[in-house]
Design a protein around this ligand. Structure first.
Ligand SMILES: [Ca+2]
Length: 116
């Protein structure tokens, strides 16, 4: 389990269950239910490094598609609409990928945002 030690297994299961049907993925709900939004910046950086599978320093569209599989192997692939919506939320400069602003996507309040 890629996120073992960072997240509680039961929370991951609940978060995945909530979006198990195609078209139901919502990154805000997901980060909240899996518990990632309460984690420290360091933990979120670890999560980023796991999702950034090719270690490019960015989360590209193909890595976003496989996002859920980082939480559980065999989890479904995000569909195109979900991937685009997720990418759109995190890709603030329109370069087609998500950088460390990923943290801003996860943290719920502006006061909690962290400079990286
Ligand atoms: Ca990457």
């Amino acid at each position: 389990m890629a996120f073992g030690g960072v997240l509680v297994e039961a929370n991951i299961t609940a978060a995945l269950d909530a979006c198990k049907d195609g078209g139901t993925f919502d990154h805000k709900k997901f980060f909240k239910s899996c518990g990632l939004h309460d984690k420290s910046a360091d933990d979120i950086k670890k999560a980023f490094a796991i999702i950034d599978q090719d270690k490019s320093g960015f989360i590209e569209e193909d890595e976003l598609k496989l996002f859920l599989q980082n939480f559980k192997s065999g989890a479904r692939v995000l569909n195109d609409a979900e991937t685009k919506a997720f990418l759109g939320a995190g890709d603030t400069d329109g370069d087609g990928k998500i950088g460390f602003l990923f943290i801003y996507l996860i943290k719920k309040r502006r006061s909690e945002q962290i400079k990286v």
